[in-house]
Design a protein around this ligand. Structure first.
Ligand code: SF4
Ligand code: SF4
Length: 473
């Protein structure tokens, strides 16, 4: 290799594949991929897309299957409602998710980006496929780009952008359905626009953002915006399994020349792995932040190897150490450390989820008050009551003194005709006060331990230990 060739090979180190020398955006027109990985990814993607588009319509006992309402902090996950009172669970779930992402990335690299990430799925499996369908493969797209405006170009471009916007509108509607629920979304769509100005504005903004991302911004999301992508530099190590070029087998690369003896590696320098890359990089330069592990280069190279009758897998899932030594090592100290923390976190989360009750009850004697003398020779203490109903059903509740004869008088809420039962609405927090009243002869100590139970639909669901202040006789 002469010095010019070496310089050419090293240029990737101080340039970005999607930026020209003048600093302008360079659009990538990747060759249409095909092969066993692409087929498998298509199947996985369609399965995930089907779930994404069907899940908002699924209802369990008349309630949504999934709602992720971050604005009002209300979530329904697999039919189980979670609210602000479950904040500790949410925090734990987020920490567990982050550690599992770290672990997964340390061991398997950016598998998530290539196979599961919604950005990759929408871009490569929906928008890109439509683009190939309308404008043809990359060479035709490039030709169309540089051709002067004519009817064919005008019609193809218009059709593409109309479909792109329509798809973006549909996707934004579904995203909104995950936040506000499909019933509320249908209301926004069917009611007069003046009644849902905020919802309609959100819908239009979401649609425009999606349209801009998939028609123009594209792979820049993965290379410049996505925080997970930026983290790769610190998460990956030499044992992480990534999409890698086997330079030991492939180098020195060079084109096959018939009837000339060559001392070359298996890479025939056809550059098909570069042509198919949606982020415009050359995987032969090693692992790069831009690589979203989409597998397109594996398929392209395997196809070439088949044609030149060499073994497949010149580009494959492998770690750097594996390429160097021929051995894969998954259980590194780092992966073991993350696994231990992850197992702990998952166990705690599962335990807390398993023992999570449908109701929360909190009773505290109102601070700063001792006791009150009642006109009929009785004495009372004032208590603060907080009940959280985490279910979808109204809760019929009743407070009961468990270890002493006395009376409970609710303040500020309406009881039913029995004067004892009251209702806590579904997913609501009820906060009020109540009096515990004893006749004086029952209270002969300064501080009497008492137990207050909460009954729901005739069943005792929780007992709270507290105290009653009286007069020492
Ligand atoms: S597709 Fe394979 S053979 Fe062709 S340039 Fe890439 S690595 Fe080399
Ligand atoms: S280098 Fe290969 S796996 Fe990485 S983004 Fe490009 S085509 Fe996909």
């Amino acid at each position: 290799m002469n010095s010019e060739e070496v310089k050419d090979r090293e240029i990737f180190r101080d340039s970005v594949s999607t930026v020209t020398k003048e600093g302008k955006r360079k659009f990538i027109y990747p060759k249409k991929p095909s092969g066993k990985f692409y087929t498998a990814r298509t199947v996985v993607s369609y399965f995930l897309l089907a779930f994404l588009f069907i899940a908002p319509f699924i209802k369990l006992n008349g309630h949504p299957f999934i709602i992720l309402n971050f604005l009002e902090r209300k979530f329904i996950i697999f039919g189980i409602p979670f609210g602000p009172h479950d904040f500790y669970l949410l925090a734990l779930a987020i920490i567990t998710l982050i550690v599992s992402v770290f672990l997964f990335t340390v061991v398997w690299g950016r598998l998530f980006c290539g196979w599961i990430c919604p950005q990759t799925i929408f871009m490569e499996m929906l928008f890109r496929k439509i683009e190939y369908l309308i404008e043809g493969d990359f060479q035709k797209q490039l030709k169309l780009k540089i051709s002067p405006m004519n009817w064919e170009k005008f019609l193809k471009r218009t059709l593409k952008h109309v479909i792109f916007f329509a798809l973006s509108f549909i996707i934004s509607n579904f995203f909104l359905a995950y936040i506000i629920g499909v019933d509320q979304l249908l209301k926004i769509v069917t009611d007069p626009p003046s009644q849902h100005l905020a919802g309609l504005t959100a819908m239009i903004i979401f649609s425009l953002v999606f349209y801009w991302i998939y028609s123009s911004f594209r792979e820049q999301v993965c290379t410049f915006v996505c925080p997970y992508g930026r983290l790769q530099g610190v998460l990956l190590d030499q044992n992480s399994v990534v999409i890698a070029y086997d330079y030991k087998r492939g180098e020195p690369r060079g084109k096959i020349r018939k009837n000339i003896e060559q001392n070359l590696g298996d890479c025939i320098d056809c550059r098909l792995c570069v042509d198919v890359c949606p982020t415009g990089i050359d995987i032969r330069n090693g692992t790069q932040l831009e690589c979203v592990n989409c597998t397109a280069c594996i398929d392209a190279c395997d196809d070439v190897m088949l044609k030149v009758k060499r073994p497949k897998g010149l580009i494959r899932y492998a770690s750097k150490n594996e390429i160097e030594t021929g051995k894969r090592k998954i259980l590194t100290p780092r992966a073991i450390g993350y696994s231990v923390v992850l197992i702990l976190l998952v166990s705690i989360t599962v335990y807390l989820l398993g023992t999570r009750s449908d109701f929360d009850l909190n009773i505290l004697r109102t601070p700063g008050l001792l006791f009150q003398e009642q006109p009929d020779g009785k004495i009372s203490n004032l208590y603060d009551l907080k009940i959280v109903n985490k279910t979808f059903n109204p809760m019929k509740a009743k407070l009961k003194l468990m270890n002493k004869d006395g009376e409970i008088k609710l303040i500020g809420i309406a009881a039913d005709q029995t004067g004892e039962n009251f209702y806590v609405e579904p997913q609501e927090v009820l906060q009020t006060k109540f009096l515990v009243i004893f006749s004086k002869r029952n209270v002969n100590r300064l501080k009497t331990p008492i137990q207050i139970g909460m009954m729901s639909n005739g069943k005792l669901i929780k007992v709270v230990n507290t105290s009653f202040f009286g007069k020492a006789e």
